[in-house]
Ligand binder design. Structure first.
Ligand code: ADP
Ligand code: MG
Length: 369
C-alpha cells in the first residue's frame, strides 16, 4: 500500500495583505512541520482561552517563501517521473483557497517555472538519455472544467467538448494533443492556455479561479528492438490545478457565482466520493464516476492503481486564518489515504488517484452550505 504524499506550501506574504494590517500567523518550522496561530483573542471564550492558540501540523514535506520552485518539484513530483516512464499512472494536484499559491506551484512564471514544465522537462531529458534503445512519444493536453463544462485550453476555439467512453477508455472528443519538444515551448503553451482559464471576480477576491485545470501528459515507450512480444508501456501523469477550496458562503456569492460554487463543489465532492468508495476494504464498493466531469475524466486514473501527490497551499496572513485552518485540516486528513500501486508493464492504463481526504471534508463542507 502506498500512502498519498502530502506536502504543504506557505506562500510569502503579499503587499496587499500587509496593507490590510495582516500579521503573519503561519510558519514553516522545519522540513515537515507547519504551525498556525489563531489570531483571535476572545476572553469570553473559555474553551479557546484554555487551548493553545498555536497548532502544529506535520506533513511529508513543508515549504515556505524561501523554498524554490525546484525544491517543491524535486521533493514532490520528481519521484513520480520514473514511475510514469515505467508505465505507471500518477497524479499531482494543487489544493487550497484562491490566492494561496496553487497556480504558482503548478504553472509558475517564465523565470520560475512550476511543477508542470519541470515534469515535462524531466520527461524530455529521460527521453534523450535513453533514445538509443527506446522509442518515446510524449504528448500533452490541457483542459479546463468550469461549471461542469470542458474547454480545451490549448484550442479554445473548439468550444465546449464532450466526454465519450469507448474501448480505449474515457476520451474528450476533439481535445488537442500536442507533442511539445522543449521546456520553453511547453511553458509558452501552458501560459497561453492559462490565459484562457475562466477567471471571475468575486467579493472576496479580485480574481477567483473557479475552474479546474487539468494537464494530462501521456508517455508511450517501446524498445527499438522489435520482436513478437513487443511491449508498449503507457504512463499518464495528471497535473491538476484545482479550483479554489474556499466556501461559496464566505464569498457571499449570489446567483451565477453561487451556481459556479455548487458546480465546483460537485466536482470535488464527486471526486471525494469516488475515492472513498475505491478505498473501501476489498474494493467491492460501487464507485459512481458519473456524478461530475472531473471524476468521469479521471475514471481510468481513479479506477486503477495510482501514485498521488497533494500539494496544499496556504497564505501566511492572519486575514486568511479560516481558509488556512481548513486547508491544514484537510491536508492532515489526506495523509491517511492509502492507495494500492501495482507495477504494470503491459497494455497501459494505469492510474491513480487518491483524493480521499478531500473528499470527506468537502462532503461535510457542502452539507453545511
Ligand atoms: P491560486 O492559484 O491558489 O489562486 P496564485 O498561485 O495565483 O494563487 O498566487 C497568488 C499570488 O501570490 C500570485 O501573485 C503569485 O504570483 C503569488 N505567489 C504565490 N505563491 C508564491 C510563492 N511561493 N512565491 C512567490 N509568489 C507567490
Ligand atoms: Mg490559480
Amino acid at each position: 500500500m502506498h500512502r498519498i504524499l502530502v506536502a504543504l506550501r506557505v506562500r510569502p506574504v503579499s503587499d496587499a495583505e500587509l496593507e490590510q494590517g495582516a500579521t503573519l500567523i503561519a510558519h514553516r518550522v522545519d522540513n515537515n512541520m507547519v504551525v498556525l496561530m489563531d489570531p483571535q483573542e476572545d476572553p469570553d471564550d473559555i474553551l479557546r482561552a484554555n487551548r493553545s492558540r498555536e497548532k502544529q501540523y506535520v506533513f511529508d514535506y513543508s515549504f515556505d517563501g524561501r523554498s524554490t520552485q525546484e525544491e517543491v518539484y524535486a521533493y514532490t513530483t520528481r519521484p513520480l517521473i520514473e514511475s510514469v516512464i515505467e508505465g505507471f499512472n500518477a497524479t499531482v494536484f494543487a489544493y487550497g483557497a484562491t490566492g494561496a499559491g496553487k497556480t504558482y506551484t503548478m504553472l509558475g512564471t517564465e523565470h520560475e517555472p512550476g511543477v508542470m514544465a519541470r515534469s515535462l522537462n524531466a520527461l524530455f531529458e529521460e527521453m534523450y538519455r535513453t533514445s538509443e534503445n527506446m522509442v518515446y512519444q510524449v504528448s500533452m493536453s490541457y483542459l479546463e472544467i468550469y461549471n461542469e463544462m470542458i474547454r480545451d485550453l490549448l484550442n479554445p476555439e473548439s468550444g465546449f467538448l464532450e466526454l465519450r467512453e469507448d474501448a480505449k477508455g474515457v476520451q474528450v472528443t476533439g481535445l488537442s494533443e500536442v507533442n511539445a519538444k522543449s521546456t520553453k515551448e511547453v511553458m509558452e503553451l501552458l501560459q497561453q492556455g492559462n490565459k484562457q482559464r475562466t477567471q471571475e471576480p468575486t467579493k472576496a477576491n479580485k480574481t477567483s479561479s473557479r475552474s479546474h485545470a487539468v494537464l494530462q501528459v501521456t508517455v508511450k515507450q517501446r524498445s527499438r528492438v522489435r520482436n513478437t512480444t513487443q511491449e508498449v508501456r503507457v504512463g499518464k501523469l495528471y497535473m491538476i490545478d484545482l479550483a479554489g477550496s474556499e466556501r461559496a458562503a464566505q464569498t457571499q456569492n449570489r446567483g451565477k457565482r453561487m451556481k459556479e460554487g455548487a458546480h465546483i463543489n460537485r466536482s470535488l465532492l464527486a471526486l471525494g466520493n469516488c475515492i472513498n468508495a475505491l478505498c473501501e476494504k476489498g474494493g467491492k464498493a460501487y464507485v459512481n464516476y458519473r456524478d461530475s466531469k472531473l471524476t468521469r475524466l479521471l475514471k481510468d486514473a481513479l479506477g486503477g492503481n495510482c501514485k498521488t501527490v497533494m500539494i496544499a497551499h496556504i497564505s501566511p496572513a492572519s486575514t486568511s486564518f479560516d481558509e488556512s485552518r481548513n486547508t491544514l485540516l484537510y491536508a492532515d486528513r489526506a495523509k491517511n489515504i492509502k492507495t494500492r500501486v501495482k507495477r504494470n508493464l503491459m497494455n497501459v492504463s494505469y492510474h491513480i488517484a487518491q483524493y480521499t481526504a478531500i473528499i470527506s471534508d468537502l462532503r461535510k463542507e457542502i452539507s453545511r452550505l
